[in-house]
Design a protein around this ligand. Structure first.
Ligand code: ARG
Length: 553
């Protein structure tokens, strides 16, 4: 049991004894002089019961606060238990089958800064939820089915010399064998620009429809393009350490679409409007005047919302999802909220928890969305290269430099609450000082080297932890808070909780290491036990953030 749970249990029985109905709550103390934990329930309880706050509070530091100070014996006992527990005291939750949808790249479109956030946040959540006991399945939900595909095919037709008439033979002649993902991007752009013209747009639309209807030549071309894109995306995901159990795309829901629409029409849920098929949506944080979700265009094409709804239905039915988490930037709130609402009214999400994990924008110095010098959205590949190059200037070992560069990028993304967004500052994020990935990775490596040095001197860390100095007490209390941070991270779907835990532990550790002799002190095994616990907590936190560590730098 975490210290927080123990304090909560003590409070709960005190409330019961005093005839109070409320469930207690506890937070970390805002100031060290108030102790370690505090309960702010007295004020609301006094209001509810008409009793005096002072009478309610057992120990009063300000009006209505109950403060807890952990005894050094408790801290030592809890820290010892944590050191001997491979999960580090995690309070497991009963497993919920969870599908997490993140990444969401589109065929033929270059990965950009927005994908960094989805990959990094999504992967961290995947790890956090698994760590606390859930059964997690990740799915990349490749954008491979809408009008974009028609535009891409259109681009391929132009590139192989088509000017007018039937574009299909030209697409058939286009050889994708030597085509790189960058070249696909160029094809898409040319198709997209051309479609600004109405006649061209009509062709792109009809190519989309023919593809969705299974036209063999278009299907073959599309498959090749999808493969090329997926190969590039997998490489980047792999580099970032993002793991996907499923590489499904929008297209994989295609066989589901027609029966789903029949179902919705036959039950009177979807209706025709100007030749299109729509479903009304409401609630789920949607504005009052929210437009209906478009399910089928008048030309018969399925849309982004259609494949999303069909995918959701499949995830529940075929994967047995009990919870589905979508990780996209906050500009998709209306879309995802509409899909959730449609799924609810159709009965596709009965008893299913649907969560939209949104995140804010990565900004440049001017406060605007981060762009490259030429004004285009920064490519994810370039951002990774930049971080790796910066790290290589500071870290000589090649492997360590890669670990540090990627860690810097990830930690910068996860060390502010996800909705806030942040400024992309390559110098700050790769610095070894402050709230950065390199600082934490270095702290971890430093403790490993202390443990190594001890090992070569034949000193083994003790199995019991003790509290021998206020600075040691401080770092241990930060460690003890880890299980609670994990629970909060899982509850709020917020990796920031883990990033902050890692930082607090590392920061108090450096104070401890300055104040207390480890190897030359009175009790090397005892202090080494503290070092070992700290390394375990920091190491586990970094792992949950999707960051790698090195034992030497
Ligand atoms: N491909 C989409 C885009 O680039 C993101 C997909 C997010 N996931 C989802 N199920 N809609 O905007």
């Amino acid at each position: 049991m975490s210290v927080k749970s123990a304090a909560l249990a003590a409070l709960a029985s005190a409330y019961k004894l005093n005839g109070l109905e409320a469930a207690p709550s506890i937070v970390r103390s805002t100031k060290p002089e108030f102790g370690d934990l505090q309960c702010n329930d007295m004020m609301p309880l006094a209001k509810a019961t008409g009793k005096n706050t002072r009478a309610l509070a057992a120990s009063v530091a300000g009006p209505g606060f109950v403060n807890f100070r952990l005894s050094n014996e408790t801290i030592a006992a809890e820290a010892t238990a944590m050191l001997g527990d491979p999960t580090l005291g995690v309070e497991k939750e009963s497993p919920v089958r969870t599908v997490i949808d993140f990444g969401g790249p589109n065929v033929a479109k270059a990965l950009h800064v927005g994908h960094l956030r989805s990959f990094v946040i999504g992967e961290s959540l995947r790890r956090i939820l698994a760590e606390i006991g859930h059964d997690v399945i990740s799915d990349i939900h490749l954008g491979d089915w809408g009008l974009q595909m028609g535009k891409l095919l259109y681009g391929a037709a132009i590139a192989s010399g088509w000017q007018h008439g039937d574009p299909v033979p030209f697409i058939k002649d286009f050889s994708f064998d030597e085509t790189s993902v960058e070249e696909l991007g160029i094809l898409y752009k040319s198709g997209n620009v051309a479609s600004e013209d109405d006649t061209a747009l009509a062709v792109a639309r009809s190519l989309t429809n023919m593809l969705q209807d299974g036209h063999p030549i278009l299907t073959t071309a599309w498959k090749r393009m999808r493969e090329i894109s997926l190969e590039a995306v997998s490489a980047t995901a792999g580099q970032l350490g993002a793991h996907f159990d499923l590489f499904f795309g929008e297209s994989d829901a295609h066989s589901e679409v027609a029966p789903m629409l029949d179902d919705l029409v036959s039950r009177g849920l979807a209706r025709e409007s100007d030749g299109a098929l729509i479903i009304d949506v409401s609630g789920e944080g949607l504005p009052d005047n929210v437009p209906p979700l478009l399910l089928r265009k008048s030309d018969g094409a399925a849309l982004y919302g259609t494949t999303d709804l069909a995918t959701l239905r499949r995830r529940v039915r075929d994967i047995g999802a009990q919870r589905i988490i979508y990780c996209t930037d906050d500009r998709q709130a209306l879309h995802i909220g509409s899909v959730f609402s449609a799924a609810r009214s159709a009965g596709y999400a009965h008893g299913i928890e649907l969560r939209h994990v949104t995140f804010g924008t990565v900004r440049g110095w001017n406060g605007k969305p981060f762009k490259t010098r030429d004004g285009s959205a920064a490519s994810l590949g370039d951002m990774i290269e930049l971080a790796l190059a910066k790290a290589a200037e500071k870290v000589t070992d090649k492997h360590a430099a890669t670990v540090v560069g990627l860690g810097a990028l990830k930690f910068a993304d996860l060390s502010t609450p996800r909705k806030t967004g942040y400024v992309f500052d390559i110098d700050k994020m790769t610095s070894f000082e402050g709230r950065t990935g390199p600082y934490l990775q270095y702290a971890y490596a430093r403790i490993c080297s202390i443990l190594n040095k001890a090992a070569s001197a034949g000193i083994v860390p003790g199995v019991t932890v003790s509290v021998s100095h206020p600075s040691e007490r401080a770092v241990l209390v930060e460690c003890l808070w880890y299980p609670h941070s994990l629970s909060e991270a899982a509850r709020l779907l917020e990796p920031f909780e883990i990033a902050e835990r890692a930082y607090q532990v590392a920061d108090t550790f450096s104070r401890f290491y300055t104040d207390c002799a480890v190897l030359n002190g009175e009790d090397p095994p005892g202090r080494l036990a503290t070092c070992k616990l700290v390394a375990q907590v920091i190491g586990r936190c970094l792992e949950l953030l999707g960051m790698e560590t090195v034992r030497r730098m």
